[in-house]
Ligand binder design. Structure first.
Ligand code: G6P
Ligand code: ZN
Length: 539
Protein backbone atom coordinates (compact mmCIF):
# COMPACT_ATOMS: atom_id res chain seq x y z
CA UNK A 1 0.00 0.00 0.00
CA UNK A 2 1.36 3.39 -0.98
CA UNK A 3 1.00 6.04 1.67
CA UNK A 4 1.52 9.76 1.15
CA UNK A 5 3.03 11.27 4.30
CA UNK A 6 2.86 15.00 4.99
CA UNK A 7 6.17 16.50 6.10
CA UNK A 8 7.91 19.78 6.83
CA UNK A 9 11.05 20.85 5.02
CA UNK A 10 14.42 20.99 6.78
CA UNK A 11 16.73 23.81 5.80
CA UNK A 12 20.04 22.05 6.39
CA UNK A 13 20.05 19.29 3.75
CA UNK A 14 22.60 20.88 1.45
CA UNK A 15 24.89 18.20 0.02
CA UNK A 16 28.56 18.90 0.80
CA UNK A 17 31.70 17.53 -0.88
CA UNK A 18 30.12 14.10 -0.76
CA UNK A 19 26.37 14.11 -0.13
CA UNK A 20 24.51 15.04 3.05
CA UNK A 21 26.50 14.09 6.12
CA UNK A 22 25.19 14.72 9.60
CA UNK A 23 25.17 13.29 13.06
CA UNK A 24 22.98 10.19 13.42
CA UNK A 25 20.79 12.19 15.82
CA UNK A 26 20.05 14.68 13.05
CA UNK A 27 19.06 11.86 10.69
CA UNK A 28 16.83 10.44 13.44
CA UNK A 29 14.59 13.51 13.46
CA UNK A 30 11.10 12.76 12.13
CA UNK A 31 11.10 12.31 8.33
CA UNK A 32 14.66 13.64 7.98
CA UNK A 33 16.02 10.83 5.81
CA UNK A 34 12.68 10.47 3.99
CA UNK A 35 12.67 14.16 3.06
CA UNK A 36 16.10 13.89 1.50
CA UNK A 37 15.38 10.64 -0.33
CA UNK A 38 12.08 11.95 -1.72
CA UNK A 39 13.87 15.11 -2.85
CA UNK A 40 16.33 12.94 -4.76
CA UNK A 41 13.47 11.00 -6.35
CA UNK A 42 11.67 14.22 -7.27
CA UNK A 43 14.78 15.37 -9.10
CA UNK A 44 15.29 12.09 -11.03
CA UNK A 45 12.91 12.75 -13.88
CA UNK A 46 13.13 9.30 -15.47
CA UNK A 47 12.80 7.25 -12.32
CA UNK A 48 9.54 5.56 -13.36
CA UNK A 49 10.40 2.11 -14.68
CA UNK A 50 14.10 2.58 -13.91
CA UNK A 51 16.65 0.55 -11.94
CA UNK A 52 18.24 1.97 -8.81
CA UNK A 53 21.21 0.64 -6.81
CA UNK A 54 21.16 0.84 -3.01
CA UNK A 55 23.81 0.06 -0.47
CA UNK A 56 25.92 1.47 2.28
CA UNK A 57 28.96 0.95 4.45
CA UNK A 58 27.05 -0.86 7.20
CA UNK A 59 27.30 1.87 9.81
CA UNK A 60 24.65 2.52 12.45
CA UNK A 61 21.28 3.41 10.74
CA UNK A 62 22.35 1.73 7.47
CA UNK A 63 19.76 -1.06 7.54
CA UNK A 64 16.97 1.18 8.70
CA UNK A 65 17.50 3.77 5.98
CA UNK A 66 17.99 1.09 3.27
CA UNK A 67 14.61 -0.33 4.24
CA UNK A 68 13.02 3.13 3.99
CA UNK A 69 14.71 3.85 0.68
CA UNK A 70 13.44 0.58 -0.83
CA UNK A 71 9.90 1.34 0.34
CA UNK A 72 10.09 4.85 -1.05
CA UNK A 73 11.54 3.64 -4.36
CA UNK A 74 8.61 1.25 -4.72
CA UNK A 75 6.19 4.10 -4.05
CA UNK A 76 7.88 6.36 -6.57
CA UNK A 77 7.59 4.13 -9.60
CA UNK A 78 11.06 2.58 -9.64
CA UNK A 79 10.87 -0.82 -11.40
CA UNK A 80 13.86 -2.55 -9.82
CA UNK A 81 16.27 -1.94 -6.99
CA UNK A 82 19.56 -3.79 -6.71
CA UNK A 83 20.70 -3.89 -3.11
CA UNK A 84 23.75 -5.45 -1.50
CA UNK A 85 23.03 -8.29 0.91
CA UNK A 86 22.54 -6.91 4.41
CA UNK A 87 22.36 -3.44 2.86
CA UNK A 88 26.12 -3.54 2.29
CA UNK A 89 27.97 -2.13 -0.72
CA UNK A 90 31.31 -0.40 -0.73
CA UNK A 91 31.24 2.89 -2.59
CA UNK A 92 33.30 1.61 -5.56
CA UNK A 93 31.22 -1.58 -5.68
CA UNK A 94 28.05 0.53 -5.80
CA UNK A 95 29.55 2.58 -8.62
CA UNK A 96 30.35 -0.62 -10.51
CA UNK A 97 26.85 -2.04 -10.03
CA UNK A 98 25.23 1.19 -11.26
CA UNK A 99 27.32 1.02 -14.42
CA UNK A 100 26.92 -2.71 -15.03
CA UNK A 101 23.17 -2.81 -14.44
CA UNK A 102 22.31 0.24 -16.51
CA UNK A 103 20.75 1.83 -13.43
CA UNK A 104 19.59 5.42 -13.49
CA UNK A 105 21.67 5.99 -10.37
CA UNK A 106 22.05 4.87 -6.81
CA UNK A 107 21.91 5.88 -3.18
CA UNK A 108 25.08 5.24 -1.23
CA UNK A 109 24.68 5.44 2.53
CA UNK A 110 27.93 6.41 4.17
CA UNK A 111 29.81 9.07 6.02
CA UNK A 112 33.03 7.65 4.58
CA UNK A 113 35.91 7.85 7.05
CA UNK A 114 33.89 9.59 9.80
CA UNK A 115 33.14 7.52 12.91
CA UNK A 116 29.85 5.63 13.21
CA UNK A 117 27.42 4.75 16.00
CA UNK A 118 24.41 6.37 17.69
CA UNK A 119 26.35 9.55 18.54
CA UNK A 120 28.44 9.70 15.42
CA UNK A 121 27.92 10.30 11.71
CA UNK A 122 25.68 9.12 8.90
CA UNK A 123 25.27 10.22 5.32
CA UNK A 124 23.39 9.78 2.06
CA UNK A 125 24.86 10.44 -1.34
CA UNK A 126 23.20 10.23 -4.72
CA UNK A 127 25.22 8.87 -7.63
CA UNK A 128 24.12 9.28 -11.23
CA UNK A 129 24.00 6.86 -14.17
CA UNK A 130 27.75 6.98 -14.90
CA UNK A 131 28.27 5.58 -11.39
CA UNK A 132 29.77 8.78 -10.02
CA UNK A 133 28.65 11.35 -7.45
CA UNK A 134 25.94 13.69 -8.75
CA UNK A 135 27.36 16.84 -10.33
CA UNK A 136 26.71 20.20 -8.69
CA UNK A 137 23.72 21.12 -10.83
CA UNK A 138 21.99 17.93 -9.64
CA UNK A 139 22.91 18.38 -5.97
CA UNK A 140 21.72 21.98 -6.18
CA UNK A 141 18.38 20.85 -7.57
CA UNK A 142 18.10 18.27 -4.77
CA UNK A 143 18.90 20.93 -2.18
CA UNK A 144 16.29 23.29 -3.64
CA UNK A 145 13.76 20.47 -3.48
CA UNK A 146 14.59 19.69 0.18
CA UNK A 147 13.66 23.25 1.09
CA UNK A 148 10.24 23.04 -0.52
CA UNK A 149 9.20 19.45 0.13
CA UNK A 150 5.88 18.90 1.94
CA UNK A 151 5.15 15.22 1.35
CA UNK A 152 6.75 11.90 0.51
CA UNK A 153 5.51 8.54 -0.70
CA UNK A 154 6.26 5.19 0.88
CA UNK A 155 5.02 1.61 0.69
CA UNK A 156 4.13 0.70 4.26
CA UNK A 157 2.96 -2.89 3.80
CA UNK A 158 5.05 -6.01 3.07
CA UNK A 159 8.31 -7.43 4.40
CA UNK A 160 11.79 -6.97 2.96
CA UNK A 161 14.46 -9.56 3.74
CA UNK A 162 17.80 -7.84 3.15
CA UNK A 163 19.77 -10.95 4.04
CA UNK A 164 18.29 -13.31 1.45
CA UNK A 165 20.12 -13.22 -1.89
CA UNK A 166 17.64 -13.42 -4.74
CA UNK A 167 14.65 -11.49 -6.04
CA UNK A 168 11.70 -10.33 -3.95
CA UNK A 169 8.79 -8.09 -4.82
CA UNK A 170 7.33 -5.07 -3.12
CA UNK A 171 4.26 -3.41 -4.56
CA UNK A 172 5.22 -4.46 -8.08
CA UNK A 173 8.87 -3.42 -7.75
CA UNK A 174 11.60 -6.08 -7.99
CA UNK A 175 14.14 -6.12 -5.17
CA UNK A 176 17.30 -7.93 -6.20
CA UNK A 177 19.44 -8.70 -3.17
CA UNK A 178 22.95 -9.44 -4.48
CA UNK A 179 26.26 -10.64 -3.07
CA UNK A 180 27.99 -7.29 -2.48
CA UNK A 181 31.45 -8.63 -3.32
CA UNK A 182 31.18 -10.92 -6.38
CA UNK A 183 30.76 -8.44 -9.26
CA UNK A 184 33.41 -6.13 -7.82
CA UNK A 185 35.93 -8.93 -7.29
CA UNK A 186 35.33 -10.14 -10.86
CA UNK A 187 35.97 -6.63 -12.16
CA UNK A 188 39.28 -6.43 -10.27
CA UNK A 189 40.29 -9.75 -11.79
CA UNK A 190 39.84 -8.32 -15.29
CA UNK A 191 42.06 -5.30 -14.51
CA UNK A 192 45.04 -6.89 -12.81
CA UNK A 193 47.33 -9.85 -13.33
CA UNK A 194 46.12 -12.06 -10.47
CA UNK A 195 48.37 -14.92 -11.60
CA UNK A 196 51.49 -12.75 -11.34
CA UNK A 197 50.48 -11.37 -7.94
CA UNK A 198 49.76 -14.86 -6.66
CA UNK A 199 53.06 -16.13 -8.05
CA UNK A 200 55.10 -13.35 -6.42
CA UNK A 201 54.32 -14.82 -3.00
CA UNK A 202 54.37 -11.46 -1.29
CA UNK A 203 53.32 -11.00 2.32
CA UNK A 204 51.03 -8.20 3.34
CA UNK A 205 48.86 -6.67 6.06
CA UNK A 206 45.56 -5.09 5.08
CA UNK A 207 43.64 -3.15 7.75
CA UNK A 208 39.91 -3.00 6.93
CA UNK A 209 39.37 -0.85 10.04
CA UNK A 210 36.21 -2.80 11.04
CA UNK A 211 34.55 -1.26 8.00
CA UNK A 212 33.10 -2.28 4.67
CA UNK A 213 36.23 -3.55 2.87
CA UNK A 214 36.62 -6.55 5.19
CA UNK A 215 34.58 -8.98 3.08
CA UNK A 216 35.96 -7.56 -0.18
CA UNK A 217 39.57 -7.86 0.96
CA UNK A 218 39.09 -11.37 2.33
CA UNK A 219 37.60 -12.57 -0.94
CA UNK A 220 40.14 -10.86 -3.19
CA UNK A 221 43.36 -11.00 -1.17
CA UNK A 222 42.97 -14.18 0.85
CA UNK A 223 40.78 -16.32 -1.42
CA UNK A 224 41.54 -15.26 -4.98
CA UNK A 225 45.15 -14.11 -4.54
CA UNK A 226 46.26 -16.65 -1.96
CA UNK A 227 47.53 -14.29 0.74
CA UNK A 228 47.69 -16.04 4.10
CA UNK A 229 44.60 -16.13 6.28
CA UNK A 230 44.85 -13.24 8.73
CA UNK A 231 46.31 -10.91 6.09
CA UNK A 232 43.07 -8.94 6.42
CA UNK A 233 42.88 -7.39 9.87
CA UNK A 234 39.77 -5.90 11.50
CA UNK A 235 37.88 -7.57 8.66
CA UNK A 236 34.35 -7.74 10.09
CA UNK A 237 32.25 -4.63 9.37
CA UNK A 238 30.87 -3.21 12.64
CA UNK A 239 28.11 -0.59 13.02
CA UNK A 240 30.41 1.62 15.07
CA UNK A 241 33.71 0.50 13.49
CA UNK A 242 34.74 -0.75 16.91
CA UNK A 243 34.64 2.81 18.22
CA UNK A 244 37.46 3.92 15.90
CA UNK A 245 37.66 6.42 13.07
CA UNK A 246 37.74 4.30 9.91
CA UNK A 247 40.13 6.82 8.40
CA UNK A 248 43.22 5.28 6.83
CA UNK A 249 45.85 7.79 7.85
CA UNK A 250 48.90 7.71 10.05
CA UNK A 251 46.89 8.68 13.12
CA UNK A 252 43.99 6.25 12.86
CA UNK A 253 45.89 3.40 11.23
CA UNK A 254 48.78 3.75 13.65
CA UNK A 255 49.06 0.04 14.38
CA UNK A 256 49.56 -0.75 10.74
CA UNK A 257 52.15 1.99 10.46
CA UNK A 258 54.05 0.73 13.50
CA UNK A 259 54.00 -2.80 12.09
CA UNK A 260 55.31 -1.64 8.73
CA UNK A 261 58.17 0.24 10.38
CA UNK A 262 59.09 -2.73 12.59
CA UNK A 263 61.36 -5.72 11.99
CA UNK A 264 58.27 -7.91 11.60
CA UNK A 265 56.92 -5.89 8.69
CA UNK A 266 55.47 -7.87 5.79
CA UNK A 267 56.34 -6.81 2.23
CA UNK A 268 53.42 -4.46 1.90
CA UNK A 269 50.82 -2.72 4.08
CA UNK A 270 47.53 -1.03 3.20
CA UNK A 271 44.24 0.11 4.68
CA UNK A 272 40.92 1.42 3.46
CA UNK A 273 38.21 3.60 4.99
CA UNK A 274 34.60 3.24 6.16
CA UNK A 275 33.10 2.86 2.68
CA UNK A 276 36.11 1.45 0.83
CA UNK A 277 37.02 4.30 -1.48
CA UNK A 278 40.17 5.57 0.25
CA UNK A 279 43.53 3.89 0.59
CA UNK A 280 46.63 4.09 2.72
CA UNK A 281 49.81 2.63 1.27
CA UNK A 282 52.80 1.75 3.44
CA UNK A 283 55.68 -0.29 2.12
CA UNK A 284 58.12 -1.99 4.44
CA UNK A 285 59.84 0.95 6.13
CA UNK A 286 58.18 3.63 4.01
CA UNK A 287 54.92 5.57 4.04
CA UNK A 288 53.87 6.62 0.56
CA UNK A 289 51.90 9.88 0.56
CA UNK A 290 48.68 9.76 -1.48
CA UNK A 291 50.10 12.38 -3.84
CA UNK A 292 53.21 10.29 -4.43
CA UNK A 293 51.14 7.13 -4.73
CA UNK A 294 49.15 8.70 -7.56
CA UNK A 295 52.34 9.64 -9.38
CA UNK A 296 53.98 6.24 -8.86
CA UNK A 297 50.87 4.33 -9.90
CA UNK A 298 50.55 6.45 -13.02
CA UNK A 299 54.21 5.96 -13.90
CA UNK A 300 53.94 2.17 -13.59
CA UNK A 301 50.31 1.50 -14.55
CA UNK A 302 51.29 0.00 -17.92
CA UNK A 303 52.49 -3.05 -15.97
CA UNK A 304 48.87 -4.00 -15.24
CA UNK A 305 46.81 -5.57 -18.06
CA UNK A 306 44.04 -2.94 -18.01
CA UNK A 307 46.51 -0.10 -18.56
CA UNK A 308 49.03 -1.87 -20.82
CA UNK A 309 48.17 0.45 -23.70
CA UNK A 310 49.06 3.52 -21.65
CA UNK A 311 47.08 6.29 -20.01
CA UNK A 312 45.00 8.97 -21.74
CA UNK A 313 45.69 11.56 -19.10
CA UNK A 314 46.04 12.10 -15.35
CA UNK A 315 43.87 14.28 -13.14
CA UNK A 316 44.48 15.43 -9.59
CA UNK A 317 42.70 17.78 -7.22
CA UNK A 318 44.28 21.19 -6.80
CA UNK A 319 45.66 20.64 -3.27
CA UNK A 320 47.27 17.34 -4.36
CA UNK A 321 51.00 17.69 -5.03
CA UNK A 322 52.27 18.22 -8.54
CA UNK A 323 54.20 14.92 -8.54
CA UNK A 324 51.68 13.39 -10.96
CA UNK A 325 52.06 16.33 -13.35
CA UNK A 326 55.73 15.43 -13.82
CA UNK A 327 54.76 11.88 -14.76
CA UNK A 328 52.16 13.16 -17.23
CA UNK A 329 54.79 15.40 -18.77
CA UNK A 330 57.24 12.53 -19.13
CA UNK A 331 54.54 10.31 -20.65
CA UNK A 332 53.47 13.09 -23.01
CA UNK A 333 49.86 13.01 -21.80
CA UNK A 334 47.67 15.80 -20.41
CA UNK A 335 47.45 16.62 -16.70
CA UNK A 336 44.28 18.15 -15.23
CA UNK A 337 43.81 20.08 -11.99
CA UNK A 338 40.31 20.02 -10.49
CA UNK A 339 38.73 21.20 -7.23
CA UNK A 340 38.58 18.86 -4.23
CA UNK A 341 35.85 16.23 -4.64
CA UNK A 342 35.78 13.11 -6.79
CA UNK A 343 32.73 14.38 -8.66
CA UNK A 344 34.92 16.76 -10.63
CA UNK A 345 36.76 13.85 -12.26
CA UNK A 346 33.54 12.36 -13.63
CA UNK A 347 33.30 14.52 -16.74
CA UNK A 348 36.98 14.04 -17.61
CA UNK A 349 36.64 10.26 -17.24
CA UNK A 350 33.40 10.17 -19.24
CA UNK A 351 34.99 12.24 -22.00
CA UNK A 352 37.93 9.82 -22.19
CA UNK A 353 40.40 12.58 -21.35
CA UNK A 354 41.94 10.86 -18.33
CA UNK A 355 42.48 7.28 -17.17
CA UNK A 356 43.82 7.76 -13.64
CA UNK A 357 42.80 10.31 -11.00
CA UNK A 358 43.87 10.98 -7.46
CA UNK A 359 43.59 13.22 -4.46
CA UNK A 360 45.78 14.05 -1.49
CA UNK A 361 42.90 12.88 0.72
CA UNK A 362 43.89 9.26 0.09
CA UNK A 363 41.74 8.70 -2.98
CA UNK A 364 42.99 7.10 -6.17
CA UNK A 365 41.08 5.48 -8.97
CA UNK A 366 40.64 5.01 -12.68
CA UNK A 367 38.06 4.87 -15.43
CA UNK A 368 36.89 1.39 -14.33
CA UNK A 369 34.27 3.04 -12.05
CA UNK A 370 33.37 6.65 -11.23
CA UNK A 371 34.43 6.67 -7.59
CA UNK A 372 37.82 6.48 -6.02
CA UNK A 373 38.64 2.92 -5.15
CA UNK A 374 40.72 1.80 -2.16
CA UNK A 375 41.25 -1.84 -3.07
CA UNK A 376 41.91 -0.94 -6.70
CA UNK A 377 44.89 1.15 -5.57
CA UNK A 378 46.14 -1.68 -3.37
CA UNK A 379 45.86 -4.17 -6.23
CA UNK A 380 47.63 -1.89 -8.70
CA UNK A 381 50.49 -1.53 -6.22
CA UNK A 382 50.61 -5.32 -5.79
CA UNK A 383 50.58 -5.78 -9.56
CA UNK A 384 53.50 -3.37 -9.89
CA UNK A 385 55.47 -5.07 -7.10
CA UNK A 386 54.84 -8.48 -8.69
CA UNK A 387 55.74 -7.35 -12.20
CA UNK A 388 58.97 -5.58 -11.18
CA UNK A 389 60.09 -7.77 -8.30
CA UNK A 390 60.90 -4.53 -6.46
CA UNK A 391 59.85 -3.38 -3.02
CA UNK A 392 57.61 -0.34 -2.51
CA UNK A 393 60.63 1.47 -1.10
CA UNK A 394 62.67 0.80 -4.23
CA UNK A 395 59.81 1.92 -6.45
CA UNK A 396 59.55 5.18 -4.47
CA UNK A 397 63.27 5.91 -4.37
CA UNK A 398 63.74 5.20 -8.05
CA UNK A 399 60.74 7.41 -8.81
CA UNK A 400 62.20 10.36 -6.91
CA UNK A 401 65.60 9.81 -8.52
CA UNK A 402 63.94 10.10 -11.93
CA UNK A 403 61.38 12.87 -11.34
CA UNK A 404 62.54 14.71 -8.23
CA UNK A 405 60.43 14.70 -5.07
CA UNK A 406 57.47 16.79 -4.00
CA UNK A 407 57.76 16.90 -0.22
CA UNK A 408 54.24 17.20 1.06
CA UNK A 409 52.14 17.38 4.22
CA UNK A 410 48.63 18.44 5.17
CA UNK A 411 47.95 20.16 8.49
CA UNK A 412 44.38 19.90 9.76
CA UNK A 413 42.89 22.14 12.43
CA UNK A 414 39.69 20.36 13.42
CA UNK A 415 36.56 21.56 15.21
CA UNK A 416 37.52 25.21 14.77
CA UNK A 417 34.82 27.76 15.51
CA UNK A 418 33.09 28.31 12.13
CA UNK A 419 33.09 32.10 12.43
CA UNK A 420 36.82 32.12 13.20
CA UNK A 421 37.56 29.86 10.24
CA UNK A 422 35.45 32.01 7.92
CA UNK A 423 37.20 35.11 9.19
CA UNK A 424 40.61 33.58 8.47
CA UNK A 425 39.62 32.71 4.91
CA UNK A 426 37.97 36.09 4.31
CA UNK A 427 41.03 37.95 5.54
CA UNK A 428 43.24 35.79 3.35
CA UNK A 429 41.09 36.33 0.28
CA UNK A 430 41.07 40.05 1.00
CA UNK A 431 44.82 40.37 0.76
CA UNK A 432 45.60 38.06 -2.14
CA UNK A 433 46.39 40.88 -4.52
CA UNK A 434 48.90 42.43 -2.08
CA UNK A 435 50.86 39.27 -1.37
CA UNK A 436 52.82 39.11 -4.60
CA UNK A 437 56.47 39.99 -4.04
CA UNK A 438 56.19 39.85 -0.25
CA UNK A 439 58.76 37.73 1.58
CA UNK A 440 58.26 35.42 4.54
CA UNK A 441 61.60 34.19 5.82
CA UNK A 442 63.46 33.04 2.71
CA UNK A 443 60.26 32.54 0.74
CA UNK A 444 58.95 35.15 -1.69
CA UNK A 445 55.40 35.00 -3.00
CA UNK A 446 55.31 34.57 -6.77
CA UNK A 447 51.54 34.40 -7.15
CA UNK A 448 48.42 34.05 -5.01
CA UNK A 449 44.86 33.31 -6.05
CA UNK A 450 41.57 31.68 -5.15
CA UNK A 451 41.28 28.55 -7.30
CA UNK A 452 38.46 28.52 -9.83
CA UNK A 453 37.84 25.54 -12.10
CA UNK A 454 36.55 25.78 -15.63
CA UNK A 455 35.25 22.38 -16.67
CA UNK A 456 36.34 21.99 -20.28
CA UNK A 457 33.68 19.36 -20.98
CA UNK A 458 30.50 21.10 -19.79
CA UNK A 459 31.65 24.70 -19.48
CA UNK A 460 30.70 24.95 -15.79
CA UNK A 461 32.72 27.14 -13.45
CA UNK A 462 33.37 26.37 -9.76
CA UNK A 463 34.81 29.32 -7.86
CA UNK A 464 36.35 29.79 -4.39
CA UNK A 465 37.84 26.31 -4.31
CA UNK A 466 40.82 27.17 -2.13
CA UNK A 467 43.47 29.82 -1.72
CA UNK A 468 46.83 28.91 -3.19
CA UNK A 469 50.06 30.74 -2.65
CA UNK A 470 52.97 29.89 -4.85
CA UNK A 471 56.48 30.85 -3.79
CA UNK A 472 59.41 31.47 -6.09
CA UNK A 473 61.23 28.16 -6.62
CA UNK A 474 58.06 26.07 -6.75
CA UNK A 475 57.06 25.70 -3.09
CA UNK A 476 53.39 26.17 -2.31
CA UNK A 477 50.83 26.48 0.46
CA UNK A 478 47.10 25.98 -0.04
CA UNK A 479 44.34 26.91 2.40
CA UNK A 480 40.79 25.62 2.31
CA UNK A 481 37.96 24.67 4.63
CA UNK A 482 36.84 21.06 4.60
CA UNK A 483 33.50 20.33 2.97
CA UNK A 484 32.95 17.03 4.74
CA UNK A 485 32.92 17.84 8.46
CA UNK A 486 29.81 17.55 10.60
CA UNK A 487 30.66 19.92 13.45
CA UNK A 488 32.48 23.26 13.43
CA UNK A 489 35.00 23.92 10.69
CA UNK A 490 38.16 22.10 9.68
CA UNK A 491 40.92 24.24 8.27
CA UNK A 492 43.22 22.36 5.91
CA UNK A 493 46.68 23.74 5.17
CA UNK A 494 48.56 21.90 2.41
CA UNK A 495 52.33 22.36 2.27
CA UNK A 496 54.49 21.38 -0.67
CA UNK A 497 58.12 21.77 -1.68
CA UNK A 498 59.77 20.43 -4.79
CA UNK A 499 63.27 19.03 -4.54
CA UNK A 500 64.80 18.40 -7.97
CA UNK A 501 66.71 15.36 -9.18
CA UNK A 502 70.11 15.26 -7.47
CA UNK A 503 68.78 17.21 -4.45
CA UNK A 504 68.05 16.12 -0.88
CA UNK A 505 65.64 13.41 -1.91
CA UNK A 506 65.75 11.41 1.31
CA UNK A 507 65.50 14.34 3.72
CA UNK A 508 62.94 14.52 6.53
CA UNK A 509 59.56 15.86 5.39
CA UNK A 510 58.87 17.95 8.50
CA UNK A 511 62.26 19.59 8.22
CA UNK A 512 61.87 20.25 4.50
CA UNK A 513 58.51 21.93 5.07
CA UNK A 514 59.30 23.89 8.25
CA UNK A 515 59.83 27.25 6.59
CA UNK A 516 56.68 26.86 4.48
CA UNK A 517 54.66 26.04 7.62
CA UNK A 518 56.03 29.17 9.29
CA UNK A 519 55.18 31.26 6.22
CA UNK A 520 51.66 29.79 6.19
CA UNK A 521 51.05 31.03 9.71
CA UNK A 522 52.58 34.41 9.01
CA UNK A 523 50.36 34.84 5.94
CA UNK A 524 47.05 33.50 7.30
CA UNK A 525 47.35 34.12 11.05
CA UNK A 526 46.40 30.53 11.86
CA UNK A 527 47.33 30.78 15.53
CA UNK A 528 45.72 34.20 15.87
CA UNK A 529 42.40 33.14 14.31
CA UNK A 530 42.05 29.60 15.62
CA UNK A 531 43.82 29.90 18.96
CA UNK A 532 45.61 26.65 18.10
CA UNK A 533 49.35 26.40 18.51
CA UNK A 534 49.62 23.26 16.38
CA UNK A 535 47.51 21.21 13.95
CA UNK A 536 45.37 18.35 15.28
CA UNK A 537 46.34 15.99 12.49
CA UNK A 538 49.33 15.95 10.18
CA UNK A 539 49.01 13.61 7.21
C1 G6P B 1 35.52 13.07 0.27
C2 G6P B 1 35.46 13.19 -1.21
C3 G6P B 1 36.84 13.44 -1.75
C4 G6P B 1 37.46 14.64 -1.09
C5 G6P B 1 37.46 14.46 0.39
C6 G6P B 1 38.04 15.61 1.17
O1 G6P B 1 36.23 11.92 0.64
O2 G6P B 1 34.94 12.02 -1.79
O3 G6P B 1 36.78 13.58 -3.12
O4 G6P B 1 38.76 14.83 -1.52
O5 G6P B 1 36.15 14.20 0.81
O6 G6P B 1 37.13 16.58 1.40
P1 G6P B 1 37.33 17.76 2.42
O7 G6P B 1 36.37 18.79 1.91
O8 G6P B 1 37.02 17.26 3.80
O9 G6P B 1 38.78 18.20 2.32
ZN1 ZN C 1 35.28 7.09 1.83
Amino acid sequence: MIETVMTTAYTDQKPGTSGVRKKVKVFQQPHYAENFIQSVFDVIEDRVGATLVLGGDGRFLNREVIDKAIRMAAANGVARVIVGQGGILSTPAASNLIRQSGAIGGLVLSASHNPGGPDEDFGIKYNVANGGPAPEKVTEAIYARTRAIDQYRVVTSGEIDLDRVGTQELNGMAIEVVDPVAAYADLMQTLFDFTAIRGAELTMAFDAMNAVTGPYAKEILERRLGFAEGTVRNGTPLEDFGGHHPDPNLVHARELYDLMMSNDAPDFGAASDGDGDRNLIIGRGIFITPSDSLAMLAANAHLAPAYADGLKGIARSMPTSAAADRVAEALGIPAFETPTGWKFFGNLLDAGKVTICGEESAGTGSDHVREKDGLWAVLLWLNILAATGKSAKQIAEEHWAQYGRNFYARHDYEGVDSAAADALMAELRGKLSDLRGQSFGDLTVQSADDFAYHDSTDGSVSSNQGVRILFEGGSRVVFRLSGTGTSGATLRVYLERYEPVGGRLDADTTEMLADIAAAADAIAGIVRHTGRAAPDVVT
